[in-house]
Design a protein around this ligand. Structure first.
Ligand SMILES: [Zn+2]
Ligand SMILES: [Zn+2]
Length: 236
């Protein structure tokens, strides 16, 4: 069945919570599950790691001294149960309804960062692209499926055309951080002129950050003036 038909059916059927299977009302994540999720509250304004409550600064100890970090990172949730299950289902079992709820959770989190989002809101969202060969095999790009509800809810333009994967790279999951970075050198290129635009790169999970950083670097080379990295989850 085509993705369009899946989406149409999903919009017509009552939504059950993707986490517990109970009736979620209008939502694909019920209120109980939503409040139980491992939200990363009080994030460092630069690297996004959660700061303990009562911590007196906007930046963590690492980021308060200049680190040369170029891109601000923000992740909504810790990459642990039950997020790992939903993210794997979105990617490998073609559960577009899972991608949609992940995007909704990320949008909800970003909106809750109101104080910063009002000054840091980008002009456009760019999902981490898949190589066309992997896209053809899978039939969709889960980062784009996640980015769509984020763009919609924040009123930002979704730029699926802004960046493409130049090289097909081996699966990243088995590689160490430095091997990931080597694997990704030159893997992405911007497809359009992005002069002066502020952009948020969206992906499902941040582990070493190598993939999102490689995309952000390609966007910067095309003129993007400020790039952030937003992910649904991160390893903490
Ligand atoms: Zn639930
Ligand atoms: Zn930090």
């Amino acid at each position: 069945m085509s993705n369009q038909v899946d989406r149409l059916l999903a919009s017509l059927l009552p939504r059950s919570c993707v986490f517990c299977g109970q009736d979620g009302g209008e939502q694909a994540c019920c209120e109980g599950c939503r409040s139980d999720l491992p939200w990363l509250t009080n994030p460092c304004r630069s690297c996004g790691i959660p700061l303990s409550s009562g911590y007196p600064h906007d930046y963590c100890g690492n980021c308060r001294v200049p680190t040369g970090r170029q891109y601000r990172m923000l992740s909504a949730l810790a990459y642990e149960y039950p997020l790992d299950r939903i993210i794997a289902g979105a990617k490998f079992r073609q559960r577009l309804d899972f991608s949609a709820v992940l995007g909704e959770l990320l949008a909800m989190y970003l909106c809750s960062q109101g104080r910063w989002m009002s000054v840091d809101l980008p002009d456009a969202i760019v999902p981490v692209p898949l190589h066309r060969r992997r896209w053809a095999a899978r039939g969709f790009n889960q980062a784009a499926e996640i980015a769509a509800p984020v763009a919609r809810q924040l009123g930002l333009s979704l730029r699926l055309d802004a960046c493409h994967r130049v090289r097909h790279t081996s699966e990243q999951t088995t590689l160490s951080g430095s091997a990931r970075r080597r694997n990704l050198v030159g893997a992405f290129a911007a497809s359009v002129d992005l002069a002066g635009l502020r952009i948020a790169v969206v992906d499902d999970v941040l582990t070493t950050g190598a993939t999102a950083l490689a995309v952000a670097t390609a966007l910067k080379a095309a003129g993007a003036r400020d790039t952030q990295i937003w992910t649904v989850a991160r390893t903490v």
